[in-house]
Ligand binder design. Sequence first.
Ligand SMILES: *[C@@H]1O[C@H](CO)[C@@H](O)[C@H](O)[C@H]1NC(C)=O
Ligand SMILES: *[C@@H]1O[C@H](CO)[C@@H](O)[C@H](O)[C@H]1NC(C)=O
Ligand SMILES: *[C@@H]1O[C@H](CO)[C@@H](O)[C@H](O)[C@H]1NC(C)=O
Ligand SMILES: *[C@@H]1O[C@H](CO)[C@@H](O)[C@H](O)[C@H]1NC(C)=O
Length: 497
Amino acid sequence: MKVKHFIVMIAFAIIEINLTESYENDRIRLKSEKTHYLPYVNVCDVQDRSSKVHCYCENPRYQSAKKADCWVFNGGIDEGDPFWSNFHSQPKLEKLTFNVRTDGGLSDIPSKVIVRLDHLQYLNIRYGQISCIPSFAFTNSTTLKEIILYKDKITELEKMAFANLIMLVNISLSDNQITEIEKDVFYFLPNLQRLNLARNTLEVLHDGCFKHLSNLIKLDLNNNLLTVVIRENFQGLANLITLNMGNNKLSMIGDLAFAELWSLQELYLENNEIKFISERGFGGLTQLRKLFLAGNKLETLDNGVFDDIQKLNVLDLRNNKLETLKQETLRSVADNMKSNYALIFLENNKLICDCRLSWLYKLRDETQSKKIRESLTQLECILDDALKNNLAYIKLQRNKTGQTSSKTTKMYDKEELGDYDVSQDRVIELDPTTGEFRKRLLNIPKNILPCPNHEYAPTQDEVKYYKTSGSGHNVTTWLTSMYILINLVRGWYSERF
Ligand SMILES: *[C@@H]1O[C@H](CO)[C@@H](O)[C@H](O)[C@H]1NC(C)=O
Ligand SMILES: *[C@@H]1O[C@H](CO)[C@@H](O)[C@H](O)[C@H]1NC(C)=O
Ligand SMILES: *[C@@H]1O[C@H](CO)[C@@H](O)[C@H](O)[C@H]1NC(C)=O
Ligand SMILES: *[C@@H]1O[C@H](CO)[C@@H](O)[C@H](O)[C@H]1NC(C)=O
């Protein structure tokens, strides 16, 4: 009995000693932790209500947070503020966001924080008032992958503003007020893939300003004030795939403007003021697949303008002033347009209903692309008076045919009129602002489209068509045909003499 007791006592004693020891160890550890971090407030757990920065972290314990969303208020914080050193309390941060809630609350890139955070990969600053990004603002960080500076009222980027950031993949500077990009602003960023400069006030891109960005894939210059585009703008961008220059003030595309962009596949130039594209304007774009030119002021396109872009299969020319689109202009890409994913948009131009567009009938029949067929079906063109009258006349005749009047069937047989369907054909729209009559091109029988040749002469079909006297029993019909004949002769006459 006694021996047993003794053993139990010894056992308890050992356990107690062990416990005391481990408490003591914990105390020492906690103490050392406290003394080590004592000068720093845990930025994820700021108790002081008057603090200028409050951060919300996923895991707010000391040294544990990987992600912090910080709000800047209470008058804001400047570069020299001692608060910045508190970021020592969270050295493992990978994602750091500053939402500035005070006007002018943050007027510098917090370089002192960045330099301290050895794991920082994502930096996002919103609604600051930073105005200028100085050289090496991101302290040559070897961990940063993405920098987003959104609506920070940035107007100036100093040389080397973004430099020596070997892991950096994305930069977004959208929605600022940057007016120019100097040379060497972006320097030694060997992994940079995306650069977003959309919605700034860029007017000048200095020659070679992107030349160190040889791995850039996407450059977004949408919504700026650029008036010219030249080859020198894009030196070095040999791997660029997407270039967005939509919503700028470009008025022309000169020779070889994009020739540095050997890999470019998508080019957005919509909503500029482009009136002229040089015949070699897209020279060198051998990989280009998508070209967006909607919302410009194009009236004509040179025949050779798409000759270099042999892979093009998406072409948007809506909302321009094109009078026609000749088959020769698209000669090098016509086959691409027959593929499944091809797109061509021509709506809202000044296309004239004439035989220069007759290749579109063929395209409609041959393309695999449902979207092209739909778009072509909707496509409207402008009718001249003669064609308008011709159409009215055919309608009359077809109506009669429908009533099986054998005398008139000779005038236009089914083959000549194709699938022209009178019952579907009510739409001749009068545009009240221009006084133009518009009609869906593909609803007009191809064979009656006039040709605007100088050597104008009626085609066989037209000759046949105008020989209408056989149906002279009906006065209205007769008068209509006379009217057309007179118009024809008049047109013919004025072309000749
Ligand atoms: C970054 O690197 C450059 C060039 O090596 C050096 O001049 C600069 O002082 C460095 N900046 C910082 C903040 O480390
Ligand atoms: C870069 O941006 C793209 C597109 O926004 C995104 O999909 C990608 O994950 C980003 N990469 C990094 C490393 O942040
Ligand atoms: C075609 O004929 C029908 C009667 O068969 C008539 O109601 C219609 O107005 C005619 N249309 C034209 C354009 O003459
Ligand atoms: C001639 O044809 C038109 C249209 O079919 C019709 O409206 C008109 O009444 C006809 N005139 C005569 C005299 O038959």
